[in-house]
Write a new protein. Structure first.
Length: 341
C-alpha cells in the first residue's frame, strides 16, 4: 500500500472515530434531556407533558413506563378509552406511582456511588416536587386519598417479597395540608377479632383510602393476614376479614379488591385476585387465573387493573370485578397505574 493510500485510510478512520464519539456524546446528552421531557428514545412513546390535571381529551391512565431504553421508569400517560395509543412520557422517574385530585406520589431511587437509597416525592398537578422524604427501605406500595390530601407508602425494611414470612415492612401516611407524617402505622392500637392485640411480629402494608380519616390496609401477624379498617384520627386498626392482602377500595366504597392466598398453589406464587363485598363479606374470585402480586386499581366501579410479569418487566392487565369475562391486556410495558380525571 502506498504512503498516500495509507494516509487516506488513517484520515477516514479518524473521521469515523470522531463521528462515533460525537454521536455518543449527543445521545448521552439527549438521554439526560429526555429525563427533562425534551428528547429520548423508546418504542411507542413520545416525550411531552404529563400532568395530573384534567385534559380536554378526557380521563387518562398515568403509570410507570417500563419500555426499554432512555425512557424507562419515566411517567407515561395514555387516554383511558384508548390505552393502546402512543404514550406520552416525561420526568420524573418513579419505581412506584399513584395520584388523585392533582396530588401525586412518586417513590423513586436515588443513585449513589456505593448503593441506591430511596425517596418519597410528593408532586403537584404539574409533576413538580412539593416535598420529599427519605425512605428506610425498598418501595413497594403507595396510594393517594380521593381528595389528594393524604398520601401513603409502604417499604420493605427487610426482604423484598410478600410470598414468604421473612420480611418486615413500614407504612407511613402523610397529610399534605399540614405535612404531618405518621411514620409507622404499627404504632396504632390494634383490635383483632374484637380484642386488643399487640405483637412484635405485626406488619402493616397496602393502604387504600376511603376518605381523609378512614382507610383499609393489610395487617399480618402470627402467619396470618387480615383486612383492617383504619381510623387516622383515633389511631386505630380493626380487623374486618381474614386472608386479605394489598386491598383496593372500589370508587363507590362498597368492595375491596385484594390478593388472596389459595391453598395448593406454589409458595412462590400463592395468590389469586378476589373481590370482597364489605356489606355481606361475600368473596368473588375474578376470572384472572394467574398469580397476581400487586395492589389492583379500580378503573371504574366494574373493572380492575393490575400488573403481571411481561417482556419489559411488567404489563398491565384488566378483568371484570364481578367474576365474569376474561383477563385482557390493557397496556404493555407499564406498572403502578393511576386514573387521572
Amino acid at each position: 500500500m502506498t504512503f498516500g493510500r495509507r494516509l487516506l485510510v488513517l484520515l477516514v478512520a479518524a473521521v469515523v472515530l470522531v463521528a462515533a464519539g460525537a454521536w455518543a456524546v449527543w445521545r448521552a446528552a439527549g438521554a439526560q434531556d429526555g429525563r427533562r421531557g425534551v428528547v429520548g428514545d423508546g418504542p411507542g412513546t413520545v416525550l411531552g407533558r404529563v400532568g395530573l390535571g384534567p385534559e380536554a381529551d378526557g380521563p387518562r391512565l398515568v403509570f410507570r413506563s417500563m419500555t426499554w431504553g432512555d425512557r424507562r421508569d419515566l411517567l407515561g400517560a395514555v387516554p383511558l378509552d384508548r390505552p393502546g395509543a402512543t404514550r406520552t412520557v416525561s420526568a420524573p422517574d418513579c419505581l412506584r406511582f399513584h395520584a388523585a385530585a392533582g396530588t401525586g406520589i412518586c417513590l423513586r431511587a436515588v443513585h449513589g456511588p456505593v448503593e441506591d437509597t430511596y425517596r418519597a416525592v410528593v408532586l403537584d398537578r404539574d409533576l413538580r416536587e412539593l416535598r420529599h422524604y427519605d425512605l428506610a427501605g425498598i418501595p413497594t406500595r403507595d396510594r393517594v386519598s380521593p381528595s389528594g390530601h393524604l398520601v401513603a407508602w409502604t417499604v420493605f425494611l427487610s426482604g423484598d417479597s410478600y410470598a414468604g414470612t421473612a420480611f418486615s415492612t413500614r407504612t407511613s401516611i402523610l397529610d399534605t395540608r399540614t405535612w404531618t407524617l405518621r411514620e409507622n402505622l404499627e404504632d396504632f392500637a390494634v383490635t383483632l377479632d374484637g380484642r386488643p392485640y399487640r405483637a412484635a411480629d405485626t406488619n402493616i402494608w397496602g393502604v387504600t383510602f376511603a376518605d381523609d380519616s378512614r382507610f383499609y390496609a393489610t395487617l399480618a401477624t402470627a402467619g396470618r393476614t387480615y383486612l383492617v379498617a383504619g381510623d387516622l384520627d383515633r389511631r386505630t386498626l380493626t380487623t374486618v376479614h381474614g386472608n386479605v392482602e394489598c386491598p383496593s377500595l372500589s370508587p363507590d366504597g362498597t368492595r375491596i379488591a385484594y390478593k388472596k392466598r389459595v391453598a395448593g398453589l406454589s409458595a412462590d406464587d400463592p395468590w389469586r385476585l378476589y373481590v370482597l363485598d364489605l356489606r355481606t363479606m361475600a368473596e368473588t374470585a375474578t376470572a384472572e387465573q394467574r398469580g397476581v402480586d400487586d395492589q389492583a386499581l379500580w378503573l371504574d366501579d366494574r373493572t380492575l387493573a393490575y400488573a403481571l410479569p411481561g417482556d419489559s418487566g411488567s404489563d398491565l392487565w384488566t378483568v371484570p370485578a364481578d367474576g365474569t369475562g376474561r383477563a385482557t391486556l390493557l397496556v404493555a410495558a407499564a406498572l403502578s397505574p393511576a386514573v387521572v380525571n
